[in-house]
Design a protein around this ligand. Sequence first.
Ligand code: AMP
Ligand code: ZN
Length: 477
Amino acid sequence: MTTIRLQNTKTRQREDFVPIDPRNLRMYLCGPTVYDRAHLGNSRNVLVFDVLFRLLRHVYGPDHVTYVRNFTDVDDKINARAAETGRAIGDITAETIGWYHDDMDALGALRPTHEPRATDYIAQMITMIADLIAKGHAYAAEGHVLFAVESYENYGALSGRSIDDMIAGARVEVAPYKRNPMDFVLWKPSGDGVPGWSSPWGYGRPGWHIECSAMSHELLGETFDIHGGGNDLMFPHHENEIAQSACAHPQGEFARYWIHNEMLQVEGKKMSKSLGNFFTIRDLLDQGIRGAVIRLVMLGTHYGKTMDWTDARRAEAEGTLRKWYGILHGHGFGPKLVAALKADGKWEPDAEFIGVLANDLNTPGALARLHVLSKGKTPAALAGFANGLEMLGLVNDWAQIPMFDGGEAGPTVAPVIAAQVDALLAERAAARAAKDWARADEVRDILNAAGVQVTDVGGQATWKPGPDFDAAALGDL
Ligand code: AMP
Ligand code: ZN
């Protein structure tokens, strides 16, 4: 079995990944706060976790991986958007979740197993907060409930900071009801016009961090395998999740492996609204940039490094995919050929490709290997290449391999397959000459089924692969 190695933020080591239960691997990714379109940076952790999800499904079996990514649908940014626009909060969050799905689907990201919405787990949050108070880790004050950071001796261990460093370095909100300035909100009061729920501490709403602790506990249990997010979430969000979960469930370990991705920049600069280099995934899609092109650029940098979105990389990725999809079309890759390769036991990832990918999700290394594999000459030789494209989410449906219009390397047909089509056309011509209409029709049906477009001009037949070209339908070589 493939050994996956992961850089674990918790231990600062690259470790062999050993699942708690190989029949039910459990991973959690902090999801978006839903009030606006996702920007390109927001897609990075989604794509990193999507590749990890695919790799784990390959190694442990598709039914043995549970992936949870939440929607934060209660938050002051959402309330502010509702106040600005006069729209109902439920409309804003429902619309934003729809956009998020559309955008991440376009990038070829598989939907997680569960996508819990925070507002469906308020009861679990209240239970967890009450438990933290009962255990002496939290206190109620002026309608708020705060987590007492001094009650948890490992507070700061993930990001490697002491409480004093954190106070010095962070913009902490000093409030009269806090015992320590680092204490963070588990529950806060809601006034009019702001969503709220009744609780033992009055009408109010949860803080952000408690959401993830409550939802991950409900869906994955008190110990699970992998937790991740952008490295900007390491402190305070993940530190606070750990404190809450470890104190509420001291017998559990919470997450064993923590994966953090670096940030995205644009043309060498931080992506920001004020620099004018801020754009959403939808902006790129609307410019006609395909989801797979965006995905390929994003996978071209290891998740642990800062990545740079540049137009040059976009153009390079487009050229690569034009070539790669052309190779797939040319060799007749489609549902039938893939099924035939599976039946022959040839639908396996290339060992070197998987080895590189499993080494801390080295996507640039895996892509370099695909460049080598793309030089195969027959469908069987290209099986590892095609399988690798699927593993990286660059082909998600073998019935619809994207086609790039025009360009030098449009769909090309491998010589061996072109020879097969030529032979069928010669056979059709011979059958017609011999007035064997039944055989001529049979050959025509085979060519139609394979999506070959034949043009008869002056007794001379020419052909080209149509959009549904499927060489497997041509029959055995
Ligand atoms: P935000 O858009 O700041 O609310 O962040 C939502 C999520 O997107 C968090 O998980 C961040 O880690 C991630 N994120 C935000 N900006 C970037 C960026 N420039 N690069 C990578 N991830 C980002
Ligand atoms: Zn979280």
